[in-house]
Write a protein that binds this ligand. Sequence first.
Ligand code: DX5
Ligand code: ZN
Length: 217
Amino acid sequence: MKAMISPSILSADFAHLAKDIDMINRSEAAWVHIDIMDGVFVPNISFGFPVLKYVAELSEKPLDVHLMIVQPEKFIPEVKALGAHVMNVHYEACPHIHRVLQQIREAGMQPAVTINPGTPVALLQDIIREVYLVLIMSVNPGFGGQKFIEHSIEKVRELRELIDRTGSNALIEVDGGVNLETGARLIAAGADVLVAGNAIFAADEPEEMIKMLMNAH
Ligand code: DX5
Ligand code: ZN
């Protein structure tokens, strides 16, 4: 099965963002992955809405927005204003996750929930029918270029089982340390969407790498 690819611009050249977004526009990538950090939920800060406004204007691909922030529901209007396709919030950042997912849907975006490496798939049981997508973090969030956590493969299999058992249509996305080798195994385990930062932007031919990741086996 072919995977959808969502290149993470966290690994792009911030001095020449337009050039990297053009590359994504020309490529076979499905979406653009946007990592928003607050220095509280994760130990790093990336970029905020004033910068993303320009990214959104330049991108011809739907935006896959991954919020690594506390109280992400506060920013539903801002994410909507970007024209986002998917709004990803962390399970660990939302005590009222069910309500937040509904608010995202009511705002006209596709609701997605993200789980950290230390959060079990089983906790998604009661919200799996409410989400368009589940994002499994295969590194601890905050930085690009980290080593893939092996247990993530097992989590993808478990999530595939949960989705099949409950009749949910949720897509499975994986983020962190994805390359041709881990990507192939994630696709085999049931992943639908692969996020990749370093593997794409450090490649000699990023467009070609996107194509190879799509077809990794
Ligand atoms: C990590 C971010 C990822 C990151 C992935 O906190 O959520 O999207 O950019 O980067 P790589 O693919 O380099 O691990
Ligand atoms: Zn991400």
